[in-house]
Design a protein around this ligand. Structure first.
Ligand code: ST9
Ligand code: ZN
Ligand code: ZN
Length: 343
């Protein structure tokens, strides 16, 4: 396992740099500074009603799906929904996030194909678009150029950003993000080209059809449990990283940024809730200081593939470097490793 002794030179994606904030802040007028955070300048938000309708249906349908899951669905159907949730989740966390957005490790093409299939199951846009938005989020965190800017409140950073047109800064500053590594990855580009066909098959049709064909589940139940409920809950698990883990929790590594360490989110989002650490050290393949599998299922998944030889060049941050950073910029909540081990 590769241990990085010094902050590695990463050109893309740029890790969070306080200078980005400062440059942006210095170009703002005093009026901009004084504006309440919930408003987006003088710009009128353009609501995308198609998305409002779709997400309203999904959330009402998910409640109905939960009701069906406990009252009418077969046991295997619920188990299947759980399995599909896990596949989609690691497609996002181990694939889109840690591998493609942050290059925290390398993967052989066989593993990249599996991750691309799983990422398609999750339907959170194709890998290229997901990574572009995420790199922009890290580079321009908590500014108008951040697609889900947490300064605009819980609702906006959770789901609101998907219900309105993007702020022009997201698109303008987003163009400065280097995506050439993904453009060279045939798996990513193939998924992008075929997404409109593969996504409905892998996210909607197969998850619904398999319970009907193999164990005779009712089509209506399967649709609401294995697609609507499973998909909507997975989306909310992911969105909590952008909302809750940017609002509530401790900041042991950098108190000057909004991302936090949030244990419930870490569990719900397969290990992506150690978000203060992640914004400070985005290249760590664990997206957390320690490799505790209970709160970081994604790390277990990557470690398994590393054991198989399909994942390699895993990047980590030495505990000593994290400790020094905590002492310099943390909020005082950092616990040295020995203390954590004893809890
Ligand atoms: C979803 C994504 O849910 C969730 C991501 C969350 C990330 C969390 C990260 C945390 C870690 C991971 C945790 C995982 C945990 C998993 C646990 C699971 C249990 N840079 O977008 P358009 C340009 S998606 C540069 O249409 P509008 C570009 O030219 C849900 N340029 O903007 C683009 O054209 P093209 C499913 C950019 O019109 C053009 O602008 N998906 C950038 O303002 C137009 O782009 C949906 O529901 C950029 N960043 O519309 C779809 N962005 O793409 C929702 C854009 O051709 N989206 N450009 O190059 C939409 O409908 C629209 O995007 C919109 C904005 C209405 C929101
Ligand atoms: Zn974040
Ligand atoms: Zn990230």
């Amino acid at each position: 396992m590769e241990q990085i002794k010094m902050a590695p030179k990463i050109t893309s994606p740029a890790p969070y740099r306080p200078d980005d904030q400062m440059v942006l802040a210095s170009t703002k007028s005093t009026t901009d500074e004084n504006r309440p955070p919930s408003k987006c300048g003088d710009r009128k938000m353009v609501i995308v009603w198609r998305n409002v309708l779709v997400f309203t249906y999904l959330h009402i349908g998910a409640l109905y799906g939960m009701y069906l899951a406990v009252t009418a669905a077969r046991f295997y159907t619920v188990l299947w929904a759980l399995l599909v949730t896990c596949a989609g989740a690691v497609g996002i966390t181990a694939g889109a996030h840690r591998l493609w957005a942050h290059k925290a490790y390398k993967a052989k093409w066989q593993m990249r194909v599996i991750l691309a299939i799983f990422q398609t199951v999750a339907f959170q846009n194709h890998i290229y678009e997901w990574v572009r938005d995420h790199r922009v989020h890290h580079k321009f965190s908590e500014t108008d150029a951040d697609p889900h800017n947490a300064n605009r409140g819980f609702f906006f950073s959770h789901v609101g950003w998907l219900l309105v047109k993007k702020h022009p800064d997201v698109i303008r500053k987003g163009k400065t993000v280097d995506m050439s590594d993904l453009e060279k990855d045939f798996v990513v580009m193939w998924q992008k080209r075929t997404y409109l066909i593969t996504m409905p098959i892998l996210c909607l049709i197969l998850p619904t059809w398999i319970p009907c064909y193999f164990w005779g589940e009712d089509g209506w139940i399967s649709w609401y449990v294995c697609y609507v409920m499973r998909y909507t809950l997975s989306l909310n698990g992911t969105w909590l990283v952008n909302s809750a883990a940017h609002i509530w929790g401790t900041k042991p590594f950098d108190k000057n940024i909004s991302p936090t360490e949030n244990i419930p989110v870490a569990i719900a989002a397969f290990g992506e809730g150690w978000h203060n650490y992640h914004h400070v050290f985005p290249w760590d393949y664990k997206a957390a200081e320690l490799g505790n599998y209970r709160t970081n299922l994604t790390t277990a998944f990557i470690d398994f593939f590393a054991w198989l030889g399909w994942a390699y060049d895993l990047k980590t941050v030495p505990v000593e470097m994290a400790r020094k950073r905590a002492a310099r910029t943390g909020d005082g909540s950092y616990q040295p490793q020995e203390d954590k081990d004893s809890t």
